[in-house]
Design a protein around this ligand. Structure first.
Ligand code: DX5
Ligand code: ZN
Length: 221
């Protein structure tokens, strides 16, 4: 699958409706929603109040990425606020299963995420219990960072596990994704690419999204 999820973190919040309208007109599949609490990551983004305008102005499914401690306290509220999928970090919890169960009970898709310093093998026991795994290709916390190349091997490893066990778990990649690495990411097994600065910082965001989705390499700017 070749899905593109622009990260609204890099949108212009003074003209949010315009940016979301652009996303609606584009070939983007989802809107990626980065929630940061200032504790799990050294940055604070936004929370529940913005779920309403996201839902109102954006016609694409909201792919919520929680970079927070104690996700078990908040996942249900994000489901109620209109999330299409809710993901949280494996390293933020002792046991992800009860948290996944809270999301599933709301009928919302689940995603388990790891930062680049967490062993990718730790996701293996959960591959058949989640709709998606998200491999961070930068350390969570900020947009505009440089892609960590080692991510490619992690994708290959997880893709192999998923294929061998005939699972339908999607692989999402988040951080430093752009038109130069999108094609290779899809080739090695990624299904969903998150892109913030590469989309919203582009002269032609719609064309950038189109090229990424097609898996075309090269710079557009
Ligand atoms: C980082 C966030 C990412 C971020 C990606 O903590 O999870 O979703 O917005 O931004 P870019 O694409 O600029 O690296
Ligand atoms: Zn994210």
């Amino acid at each position: 699958m070749h899905l593109i999820a622009p990260s609204v973190l890099s949108a212009d919040f003074g003209h949010l409706a315009d940016d979301l309208e652009m996303i609606n007109r584009s070939e983007a599949d989802w809107l990626h929603v980065d929630v940061m609490d200032g504790t799990f990551v050294p940055n604070i983004s936004f929370g529940f109040p913005l779920m309403e305008p996201f839902r109102k102005y954006c016609q694409k499914p909201l792919d919520v990425h929680l970079m927070i401690v104690h996700p078990e306290k908040y996942v249900e509220r994000f489901c109620d606020a209109g999330a299409w999928s809710v993901g949280f970090h494996l390293e933020a919890v002792e046991d992800p299963i009860p948290v996944l169960d809270l999301i599933k009970a709301k009928g919302v898709r689940t995603c388990l995420t790891i930062n680049p310093d967490i062993d990718v093998k730790r996701l293996v026991p959960y591959l058949d219990q989640v709709d998606m795994v998200l491999l961070m290709s930068v350390f969570a916390g900020f947009g505009g960072q440089k892609f960590i190349p080692e991510t490619m091997n992690k994708i290959r490893f997880i893709k192999n596990e998923i294929t061998q066990r005939q699972l339908s778990t999607l692989i999402e990649i988040d951080g430093g994704v752009n038109t130069s690495n999108a094609a290779e990411l899809f080739e090695v097994g990624a299904d969903v690419l998150v892109a913030g600065s590469a989309v919203f910082g582009a002269k032609d965001p719609i064309e950038t999204i189109r090229l990424m989705k097609k898996g075309v390499s090269g710079l557009v700017d």
